[in-house]
Each structure stands twice: as structure tokens, then as C-alpha cells.
Design a protein around this ligand. Structure first.
Ligand SMILES: [Zn+2]
Length: 374
């Protein structure tokens, strides 16, 4: 499909239609495990926030339009899912539309190519790098053919500790949202503290998809309790939760297997990067544990692929100065964060900003992209 410029005019600097669309409430902010600031909030924020923050966001916007700068786009899942409480999914049809727009109106480039182009001052205009975090098997099945069709490079960051299996947050989501009924109460011992929830309110039995439904609130509460735990502690609690719900099946979504990682790597346009072993909040871990997560995922991927892995992405976008230094010392050349912003020559290569792209149709995506590409 050819996107008509009558609707999406990349050559016209008028942003009124874009502002109108965003402020009309058609685009809503969502929380994801990866980031809490969506790109779509930036432009309205420029008109609302006073002081330095407004100026900083305005400068980023200008740099994206007139300077030598690129955009890195972030995705997670490529699927239609009945449960997507963290906003990780982009439907295959919507991804196809978004990639078609990138191919038509931008200059798709690899992550490494973008950074090299910036340093050599040869970056083409409207440069866009596409990334996928976590390493869902859907990336091979659904995204790789679309990327190949449109000749768009991409980097896939793989969490290496659960290859071929569901991620723990998908298991948690499945247990809480997909169980046909929940028992009256839940009591868990978390790091020695007994935590109890009463689930007797009838609305807890609802499969209401509203973001503020009690089931979703319970899910997010449990997620926040589980995310800082070690792998063993978390697995123990997930086993307790599974017993509590009586749920015996598992979610269908899962991470790539080693064979699938090799197949993905055979796509000429796709690069593989590391995303830790267990997807922790890195800055919350002791130094040795952080280094083990960073080096462990690199080692596993390099063993599977038989080649160096030099790209990294921080789980939840979180990194402090020590984390960045250890990523560099481990031999990575570039690392992506989750902070919104454009990439220019002077950026920290170990904290590259990204925009997380929601499940937008092509037209909505194009209106957003127009703000940044000019
Ligand atoms: Zn992740």
C-alpha cells in the first residue's frame, strides 16, 4: 500500500494535525516493563511543561528535524494478544504498515551503521534504526519476513536465561488474567514478609480488559513485588501462584530457542545483541551480579552464534554509571536505553535513547514520525 501524502505530508512543516490528534486523546500513554515515558507524550509536553525540561525536549525535537541525528525505534512483541497489560504487542498488520512507511519516507539503517555514520558525519537524512528487545520467537516468525520485504535492518536483543521458554512476566500475566477463576485470597511470603490479598470482590472474577480492573491491579502489584527478586526467588513464587490459581497450562508466547537465534542471525539484515540473562533491574544488583548478567548474556549468545556480540540493551532501560562502564568493559560497542530522544554524534554510546512504538496503525505512526523527521 502506498501511503498518500495528502494525509501524511512529510514535506509540510505544519504540525497542527499531529498536535490535534495527540491531544484529542486518541493516543494514550501506556506503562511497559521497559519504559515509562512514551514518545507520544513528548510533543504535548513541550507545550505544557515549564522551564528547563520544556527547553530540553524542544531542543531534541529541533535536533531531530534539522540536525545530523537519527531515531532508534524500539519494539518487543509482534502479535495480537488477548492480554497485553504492559503494552508490549504491535500487531503484525500494524508493524507491516509502520515498516512500509519507514521504507518510503525514511532511511532505514542498522544500529552500528547509524553510530558509524554519525561519527563520520555521513549519516543520511531521516535515518532510522529498528530494534526488538527481549528476543520473542515472534520476531523470527512475524517480523523477520516483513523486515526482509522492506529491506529494513534491525537489531534483536535477546535475554538468554530462558531460551525457548515463556518469560516470567508472561507467565504471571497468564496466571492472573487467563485463569477462569481466582481463589478467595492469596498469601505469599516475599523476602520473609507475608503479603496477603483478598480477592473476594466479584470484580476480581471479571476478565474486564479495562486498565484499572482489579485483576490488572493485582497483576501490576505482583509484578512490582516479583521484579526485584532473584531468579530462584521468583520461580518459587511463580510456582506458588500457579498452585494458587490451579492453572496447569502455560502462555504460548516464548523466547527464541538457540536454533531460532541461529536462523535469525542468517538474515542478512538482522543483528543480534545481548539483553542480560534474567532481565533484572541492573542498577539494583550488587556489582558482581550486574557483571555476571552482562557478561553471561554475551557469552551465551557468542557461544550460540560462534561470533562476537557487540550490541547491548538494558532491561527496563536502567543503567547507572557503573553499569555503563561494565558494559563497555565486557566488550560491547553500543548499548540502548529507554530514554526518549534522538541520537546525535555527541551521545553516550552506552546510553543511546530510543522511542518505544505502540500498536499504532500506519497513519498514526506516520503522523508521529513526521514530527521527528520534518
Ligand atoms: Zn527487555
Amino acid at each position: 500500500m502506498l501511503w498518500t501524502l495528502a494525509k501524511i505530508d512529510f514535506t509540510n512543516g505544519d504540525n497542527q494535525s499531529t498536535n490535534k490528534l495527540i491531544t484529542s486523546g486518541q493516543i494514550k500513554k501506556r506503562q511497559t516493563p521497559e519504559c515509562s515515558n512514551h514518545a507520544l507524550n513528548l510533543l504535548p509536553a513541550m507545550t505544557r511543561l515549564p522551564g528547563l525540561k520544556q527547553i530540553r525536549l524542544g531542543m531534541q525535537w529541533l535536533r531531530g528535524r534539522i540536525g545530523a541525528a537519527g531515531l532508534i525505534l524500539g519494539y518487543h512483541r509482534v502479535a495480537v494478544s488477548p492480554y497485553d497489560p504492559f503494552g508490549l504487542c504491535v500487531q503484525p498488520q500494524h508493524l507491516a504498515e509502520q515498516l512500509e512507511i519507514i521504507a518510503q519516507y525514511a532511511t532505514p539503517i542498522s544500529l552500528e551503521g547509524m553510530w558509524a555514520g554519525l561519527q563520520a558525519r555521513t549519516l543520511p537524512r531521516r535515518a532510522i534504526a529498528v530494534t526488538f528487545d527481549d528476543g520473542y520467537a515472534e520476531v523470527l516468525a512475524a517480523a523477520a519476513p516483513l523486515l526482509a520485504h522492506h529491506n529494513i535492518p534491525a537489531t534483536v536483543f535477546v535475554t538468554t536465561g530462558s531460551l525457548g521458554h515463556p518469560f516470567w512476566w508472561d507467565e504471571l500475566t497468564y496466571l492472573i488474567l487467563a485463569s477462569p477463576c481466582l481463589p478467595d485470597s492469596l498469601e505469599l511470603s516475599i523476602k520473609g514478609d507475608s503479603v496477603r490479598w483478598s480477592v473476594t470482590h466479584p470484580r476480581y472474577l471479571s476478565l474486564n480488559k479495562d486498565t484499572d480492573s482489579p485483576r490488572r491491579n493485582l497483576l501490576h502489584t505482583l509484578y512490582n513485588h516479583l521484579v526485584p527478586l532473584s531468579l530462584d526467588e521468583r520461580n518459587l513464587l511463580l510456582a506458588e501462584l500457579r498452585q494458587w490459581t490451579g492453572c496447569t497450562s502455560s502462555p504460548r508466547e516464548r523466547s527464541l530457542t538457540p536454533d531460532e537465534i541461529i536462523t535469525l542471525n542468517q538474515h542478512q539484515l538482522i543483528s543480534l545483541g545481548a539483553h542480560t540473562v534474567t532481565h533484572p533491574w541492573l542498577p539494583h544488583l550488587p556489582a558482581a551480579a550486574q557483571q555476571a548478567e552482562i557478561q553471561g548474556s554475551k557469552h551465551t549468545l557468542e557461544t550460540v552464534l560462534g561470533q562476537p556480540v557487540t550490541l547491548f540493551s538494558y532491561p527496563h532501560g536502567q543503567a547507572n554509571q557503573d553499569t555503563r562502564r561494565w558494559v563497555g568493559q565486557a566488550g560491547f560497542a553500543l548499548a540502548c536505553a529507554s530514554e526518549n530522544g534522538v541520537v546525535w554524534r555527541g551521545r553516550d554510546p552506552y546510553f543511546l535513547p530510543r522511542f518505544w512504538i505502540p500498536d499504532w496503525d500506519g497513519e498514526t505512526f506516520a503522523r508521529w514520525l513526521k514530527q521527528w523527521l520534518g
